[in-house]
Design a protein around this ligand. Sequence first.
Ligand code: 5CA
Ligand code: ZN
Length: 416
Amino acid sequence: MQTWTTLSLPEYKLESNGVAISSKPQIWNTETQSINEITEKDIKLYVCGITPYDATHMGHAATYLTFDLLQRLLLIQGRKVSYVQNITDVDDPLLERAIRDNMDWRDLATKEIDLFKDDMSALRVMPPQHYIGAVEAIPLVIKAIEKLISKNAVYKIENDIYFDISSDPDFGSRSHLPLAQMIEIFSQRGGDPTLPGKRNKLDCLLWRAHREGEPSWDSPFGAGRPGWHIECTAIALEYLGSAVTIQGGGSDLIFPHHEMCAAQGEVMNEVSFAKYFVHTGMIGYQGEKMSKSKGNLVFVSKLREAGIDSMAIRLALLANHYRSDREWDDLLLQNATDRLERWRKGFAKPEGPEILETISRVVDALNSDLDTSKALAHIDAWVETAIVDSGSDKNSKLANTGTLARFIDAVLGVAI
Ligand code: 5CA
Ligand code: ZN
């Protein structure tokens, strides 16, 4: 699948701009339940993409902005990032929605993917190098299932193929949930814990044999379609090697999705699937998680149509910590709009107060588990000084405001 385009990204490297940073990038890792330093020079980033219906709501946007920020933060510090994202363009919820709306599921997916790409471009989210749909990945899924068969990690129930979680001795170690809770969440997220014939309640579907009225593809195991979790394992490992550095997505994917992906990947390649499991908090609206199933959605495209500056949307979603479950509301957006206007005023003159200190404080804040509220506050402080000192010649050491604006665009993705 073709990725989206972004406006050109300003090239900004801290080292070549004479900014010395003493901190190192650190991030909360769901698996270790602690903040870990990202030590790798070459980072393989896999982020779970949308299921293309009801996109792009503010929850999706917040999650992709977080990983965009993380990627930008690593890039300005001289790291290399290879980024892969999937699209779940065939799965039960998409097929059900297409039936409900009397649409061909492919047309629904195409329409939503196009909308999502436009929203990502407008929000200045950098595209992944590989943007891969489940449908186009079917040969990769088949290859992955064959590898799991060779490891004796699968079994059949009628013509459906299941992954046997007991083949992964580390099962459960990334999500840290008690069994009863795992079973409950598994069934809420499309799992079938009580299906007769299962070896373990949590075994997940790898290949769903063809059913009347459902799309299917030929395979060595008969006609059918991929299960959800194997799609991400297969795509990640095809494009990023035997393992990934960072597995990312919203906290609703911690279990079962990321646990299953990691378990399958680990059984396939006999190495840990990911080093850092990074999860964003849930965006809520009117007191509940914003979700397609609840229908309490605010869309990026609708706000853009209403004339809201997409940079204000970006600032609104960066205003609070990525890991906190938080509400979307009008005040959040209003505050971000005001902040953007203030920043634009502060950057109106070609020269302003000294910038190196501000840059290093912003990087230190972001290196500390993406503390965006602190980072934005440091820029606010610079902006206030710039506005107050404007026109006076008290400030003997003036700096080029364009350099700071370029840095802000490079790391925060906010074009001032
Ligand atoms: N296609 C699968 C992942 S392989 C999927 O979960 N698709 S999704 O469309 O439901 O969600 C896309 C991404 O947005 C996922 O990373 C999900 O965790 C995240 N997400 C969904 N709802 C919210 C929300 N309310 N707040 C924050 N992130 C969310
Ligand atoms: Zn996924």
